[in-house]
Write a protein that binds this ligand. Structure first.
Ligand code: SF4
Length: 489
């Protein structure tokens, strides 16, 4: 990698990337654009940010330097430049500037930067980026910026928090900028992030997944997160093949030094690594995996789509699949039945619709993948005053396919999530590259149009169809896992 010539500026976007994962900033600058994948999380964050900003400043913000000079209440699109440690160039585009009392080079007012928080807590990443905005803004407006504003939520739920941009934070900023510059001066990217859960939100995931698989990175072993990986590295276990070759008892002794609970997982980690190294699934114990299905007249495959921030289970999707009475299943005539749960219609109506649907297929097991569905449905029933007996009956019908799979099989997969397991079985989703985040983005767009009176009828219907298709495919993927489980001797 050629790194000579004038250094490009360090931007707030690079800094943000670096604070999430050092490698990510390097790839942002030097990675191949063709290998970068679009991901819905940024679009989701931008739409949340827009709603927060519109609540904070209902009038349209002005743009750039001219708006600052005119004293606009809010300003977007202002490019700020300055110099960082060792003279490195800095550049940032604050998401929003809010006019406040003060004295600046534009007159008897000044600005402060506003940042939209994601999630429930303000992260270090957000603090340091806000500190950069504050520092460059202070130089630009020739007036101090002692604090920034952090907002979250919208409407009457808008939260505001003043964040002091004090010397401790400025120190963190300088240190981060120095380390970022040092990483970007390297000819090879920093290593994969230790806790690869962070990769879910990253546009370089495809590149890094390939590298992790090729090098047998320990994070490829299902059950190994950042902390366990650190422990294993300290014990000299450096890769998946290395872990697979270990003696489980010796490893258990070594891991016990970090706490008794780690002794117990050693054997499981070695066994999982061996299955992944061999590529062959391993049966655990004996006995039927899904005895409920032997005499069932049919099954309901159930999947919920949720908006976690709004605590809204907005779609309850079912695939109705009948048995042929002779050990087979009438897959060709399976029917998808979505129940859209609009909050304005109230939970009672949703519960009645769910009860009616479940009552239509009284002895049919309800199959789902993971705990979300049983937790969501049982809580809904309890909130709606269902009796204990009714809740017990409901629970008795629910079959968590993920839990059964884990109890009876060890698979050569890096994760037991539905996407990975069904993908390993050859199941293909009908919409390429769609994930839960993209579905959530579609939902939020649809809900926005719907609240505005459905003015984009055709587009809005199409959006809903795509959400339904994604939800139906998740149920069919669950069925692909069930079918495989039933087919095993
Ligand atoms: S995919 Fe993961 S390891 Fe790769 S750059 Fe992104 S966060 Fe870092």
């Amino acid at each position: 990698m050629e790194c000579s010539g004038p250094e490009p500026a360090l931007t707030d976007r690079l800094l943000r990337s670096w604070l999430r994962c050092r490698r990510r900033a390097w790839l942002d600058r030097f990675g191949l654009a063709s290998e970068r994948q679009w991901n819905a999380h940024r679009a989701l964050a931008l739409s949340d940010q827009l709603r927060s900003f519109q609540t904070l400043l209902p009038q349209r913000p002005g743009h750039g330097e001219a708006a600052c000079a005119a004293g606009a209440a809010g300003v977007v699109g202002l490019r700020l430049r300055g110099a960082g440690p060792q003279g490195v160039g800095l550049e940032s585009h604050p998401s929003l500037l809010e006019r406040i009392a003060g004295q600046s080079r534009w007159g008897a007012y000044a600005y402060r930067p506003v940042l939209a928080r994601q999630g429930r807590r303000l992260t270090r990443e957000a603090r340091v980026v806000l500190a950069l905005w504050g520092r460059l803004l202070a130089e630009h407006q020739q007036a101090p910026v002692p604090h920034g504003l952090v907002v979250a939520g919208e409407g009457r739920f808008l939260q505001r928090e003043r964040l002091a941009l004090a010397s401790g934070l400025q120190h963190q900023l300088d240190e981060s900028l120095q380390r970022l510059a040092a990483d970007l001066a390297q000819s090879t990217p920093p290593p994969l992030v230790s806790d690869r859960k962070k990769c879910t939100l990253c546009s370089w995931r495809g590149v890094c997944d390939k590298e992790a698989a090729a090098m047998g990175h320990l994070s490829e072993v299902s059950g190994i997160g950042g902390k366990r990986r650190e422990m294993l590295l300290e014990q000299g276990v450096t890769s998946l093949p290395d872990l697979a070759a270990r003696d489980p008892e010796l490893l258990a002794e070594a891991l016990a030094a970090y706490g008794e609970q780690h002794r117990e997982i050693a054997a499981e980690l070695v066994a999982q690594a061996r299955v992944q190294a061999s590529g062959l699934p391993q049966r655990l114990g004996c006995g039927p995996v899904l005895p409920e299905l032997a005499a069932a007249p049919g099954v309901l495959l159930y999947d919920i789509e949720s908006d976690p921030d709004a605590r809204d289970d907005f779609l309850h999707g079912f695939v109705v699949l009948e048995s042929d009475g002779a050990g087979g299943w009438l897959e060709q005539s399976a029917r998808y039945q979505p129940l859209l749960a609009l909050q304005e219609h109230g939970e009672q109506r949703l519960w009645q619709r769910l009860q009616r649907l479940l009552a239509r297929y009284p002895d049919w097991p309800v199959l789902h993948y993971g705990e979300t569905e049983v937790i969501g449905l049982v809580r809904l029933a309890q909130r709606q005053g269902a009796s204990e007996a009714e809740v017990a009956r409901l629970r008795g019908r629910m079959v968590d396919v993920h839990a059964r799979l884990r109890r009876h099989w060890r698979l050569p997969v890096s994760s037991y999530g539905l996407k990975t397991v069904a993908g390993w079985l050859g199941f293909a989703w009908s919409q390429k590259g769609v994930d839960g985040a993209r579905c959530l983005l579609w939902w939020r767009q649809w809900r926005q149009w719907h609240r505005q009176g459905g003015s984009r009828g055709q587009a809005s219907r199409y959006q809903l169809q795509r959400i339904f298709l994604y939800n139906r495919d998740d149920s069919l993927a669950t069925w692909a896992v069930v079918r495989w489980l039933l087919a095993q001797p």
